[in-house]
Design a protein around this ligand. Structure first.
Ligand code: FAD
Length: 527
C-alpha cells in the first residue's frame, strides 16, 4: 500500500470517457468495506479518505464483534441475527484479528438469573451455526472465579455468554490492504472537495486535493459512494445544498485502565446502567477498557472530546461493579467516538443501528448507520445498489468467504499479550525480519507498551502511515491504551518515520508537537 503509487494511478485516470467504476468517499469501516467488496467483484475502485484510514469512528469502538444483546431487548431480531452471522463470517475470514470472548452478566437480584439466562439462550439460538459458545448460569462461586475483580457484596451468581472481540483499526488497515490486494486504489489525506456533475446533471465523479502537496485531482466515476459516517450530510450537500438531514450524531466514550482492574480473561457486561444503557468492562491488549455512553452531539468533529459527565458516569458505574473502584488518576487513556445514526424519533440510544442506503436525486449513493460487525453485509448491499444505479455488469458478491489480508490458518491464541505481533497475522514474519536486520528496532518504544520500532518502520513502508499519530493511534494502538506512554514514544517514532519518509528535523519537531496536542485530549487530567 504505497501512497505515491496510488496517487500515480489516480493521475493516470482522469479521462471522463474512461471513468472508474466506483469512487468511494470515506476510509472508515463502511467505505473500506465497499472498496473490498467492489474490488473483489472485479470492479475498478478508488477510495479517498480526508485524514487517515480509521481516523473517524472506526478506530473508537468498544472492540466487539457482536450480535448486540441490547438489540435483542429492543426486539430487533433481524439486526441481531444478521450481526451474529457476520460475527461468524468475520472470525472465519480474519482469525488473526477476531477471537471469542466470554462475558459475565452478574446477578445481584433474584430475578436477574432467569431473566438474563433466558435472554442469552435466545441469543445462542439466533446465532445458530455461527454460534461462539453456549451461555449458562453460574453460581456465586463460579462467577467470582471467572471475574475475581467483581464486587462480591450481595452477589447471587451470574450468566456467562460468548461474543467476539477485535482490534478495530488493525482490521481496518487489513481491509484496506485486502482491497489493494484486489486491485483497488486507496489514498489517505485526500478529502473529497467537490462532486463532478455530468451533462445529464447526475454525479459523474469527484474532485480531491492531496493535503500533503496541495495537488488537485479529478476522479471521474460511474458511481460515487458517500461513506463518510457522521459527515454524510456535508458530502450530500456538495451536490444538493438543500438536502435534508439524514444522520444524527451520538457520542460514546471509553476509559482505559491497567489490566489489574479486571484480572482474568472474562469481560463484565452490565445490561442496564442508570441511564438504561449497557456498560462493558473488557480485557483488551493487556489493558481494561470500560464504556460506553450515548450523548447527542450537534456538530461532528474528527477529534471529539469526552465530556466530564461522561467520564464521571463510567467511573461511577464501574465502581458499583468492581471491588477496586477505578479513580480518575487510574485512567490511562480516554477516547471518544461518534455514532452515525439514521435520523428518527426519540432518544439516540433508541435509534436503530440498522444501516441505510440512500440515493439523492443527483445519483449520489450514500451508505450510513450500521455497525462495525455488519460492515461486510452493508458493503454487499451497497455494491448491489451501485451495480443497478451505475449500470455496471452483474458480478456476484465474493466476500462471504474472502480471506482478509494477514489471514493465517487457525492461530492457537490470537491477540495473546505475550505475542503482540499476532494481530499482523501473515505479516508478522516481515516485521520480525525488519527487527532482525536492524536489532535496535526490536526494542520497545516504551517499557509499558509492547510496541517495537520495527512496527513503525513497517507502518511507514507498507501501511501508508504518514504521521506519528497514524503510527501510534491506528497502526499500533499506543494512544488508545496509554496516552502518557504514547506521548513519550512520539519523538522516537517521529525519527523512525522521518528516516523512512525522507523528512527533516523541522518535520520531526512539528510532528511531535502535533501529536502531543492530540495526546493531551486522551488524558483525563488536562492542563
Ligand atoms: C462509542 C462507539 C462504540 C462502538 N462500538 C462498536 C462495537 O463494539 N462493535 C460494532 O460492531 N460497532 C461499534 N460501533 C459502531 C461502529 O464503530 C460504526 O458503525 C462504524 O465505525 C462506522 O464506520 P463508518 O465508516 O461509517 O464511519 P467512520 O469510521 O467515521 O468513517 C468515515 C470516514 O469518512 C471520512 N470523511 C469525512 N468527510 C470526508 C471527505 N469529504 N472526503 C473524504 N473522506 C471523508 C472521515 O475522515 C472518516 O474517516 C461503535 C460506535 C461508537 C461511536
Amino acid at each position: 500500500m504505497k501512497r505515491e503509487a496510488m496517487l500515480g494511478r489516480i493521475r493516470e485516470r482522469t479521462d471522463p470517457n474512461a471513468p472508474w467504476d466506483i469512487a468511494v468517499i470515506g476510509g472508515g469501516a463502511t467505505g473500506v468495506g465497499v472498496a473490498v467488496d467492489a474490488a473483489s467483484r472485479g470492479f475498478d475502485v478508488v477510495l479517498v479518505e480526508a485524514h487517515d484510514f480509521g481516523k473517524g469512528t472506526s478506530s473508537r469502538s468498544t472492540k466487539l464483534v457482536h450480535g448486540g444483546v441490547r438489540y435483542l431487548e429492543q426486539g430487533n431480531i433481524p439486526l441481531v441475527m444478521s450481526a451474529l452471522k457476520e460475527r461468524g463470517l468475520l472470525r472465519q475470514n480474519a482469525p488473526h484479528l477476531v477471537h471469542d470472548l466470554a462475558f459475565v452478566v452478574p446477578n445481584y437480584s433474584w430475578w436477574e438469573a432467569p431473566f438474563y439466562g433466558i435472554g442469552l439462550k435466545l441469543y445462542d439460538l439466533l446465532a445458530g451455526k455461527y454460534g461462539f459458545g453456549t451461555s449458562k448460569l453460574l453460581t456465586r462461586e463460579e462467577t467470582l472465579e471467572r471475574l475475581p475483580a467483581l464486587e462480591p457484596e450481595e452477589l447471587r451468581g451470574g450468566v456467562v455468554y460468548y461474543d467476539g472481540q477485535f482490534d478495530d483499526a488493525r482490521l481496518l488497515i487489513h481491509l484496506a490492504m485486502t482491497a489493494v490486494d484486489h486491485g483497488a486504489v486507496l489514498v489517505n489525506y485526500c478529502p473529497a472537495t467537490g462532486l463532478l456533475l455530468g451533462e445529464d446533471g447526475y454525479v459523474s465523479g469527484l474532485t480531491t486535493c492531496d493535503s500533503e502537496t496541495g495537488e488537485e485531482l479529478r476522479i471521474p466515476a460511474r458511481i460515487v459512494v458517500n461513506a463518510t459516517g457522521v459527515f454524510t450530510d456535508s458530502v450530500r450537500r456538495m451536490a444538493d445544498p438543500a438536502a435534508e438531514t439524514l444522520v444524527v450524531t451520538s457520542q460514546g466514550i471509553h476509559l482505559v485502565f491497567d489490566r489489574s482492574f479486571l484480572s482474568g480473561e472474562t469481560a463484565l457486561m452490565v445490561p442496564r446502567t442508570n441511564d438504561g444503557r449497557v456498560l462493558f468492562v473488557i480485557p483488551w491488549h493487556g489493558h481494561t477498557v470500560a464504556g460506553t455512553t450515548d450523548t447527542p452531539i450537534d456538530a461532528p468533529s474528527l477529534e471529539p472530546r469526552a465530556l466530564e459527565e461522561e467520564i464521571d458516569f463510567i467511573l461511577e458505574t464501574a465502581a458499583r461493579y468492581l471491588s477496586r473502584p477505578p479513580r480518575r488518576e487510574d485512567v490511562l487513556a480516554v477516547y471518544a467516538g461518534l455514532r452515525p445514526l439514521v435520523k428518527g424519533e426519540g432518544k439516540t440510544s433508541t435509534l436503530s443501528r440498522d444501516h441505510v442506503i440512500h440515493v439523492d436525486s443527483s445519483g449520489l449513493l450514500t451508505i450510513t448507520g450500521g455497525k462495525w460487525t455488519t460492515y461486510r453485509h452493508m458493503a454487499e448491499d451497497c455494491v448491489d445498489h451501485a451495480i443497478t444505479l451505475g449500470r455496471l455488469r452483474d458480478e456476484p458478491c465474493r466476500t462471504r468467504s474472502l480471506h482478509i489480508h494477514g489471514y493465517v490458518d487457525a492461530l492457537d491464541e490470537p491477540l495473546r499479550d505475550d505475542e503482540p505481533l499476532a494481530v499482523y497475522g501473515a505479516d508478522a514474519g516481515a516485521i520480525r525480519a525488519i527487527a532482525a536486520a536492524e536489532p535496535a528496532l526490536s526494542a520497545r518504544l516504551h517499557p509499558d507498551l509492547p510496541y517495537i520500532g520495527a512496527e513503525v518502520v513497517w507502518a511507514a513502508r507498507e501501511e501508508m502511515s504518514r504521521s506519528v499519530e497514524d503510527a501510534l493511534a491506528r497502526r499500533t494502538r499506543a494512544l488508545f491504551l496509554n496516552a502518557g506512554a504514547a506521548a513519550a514514544m512520539a519523538e522516537p517514532a517521529a525519527r523512525l518515520l522521518a528516516r523512512e519518509l525522507g523528512r527533516d528535523d523541522a518535520w520531526i519537531a512539528a510532528q511531535v508537537n502535533e501529536f502531543l496536542t492530540v495526546a493531551r485530549q486522551y488524558t483525563v487530567v488536562r492542563d
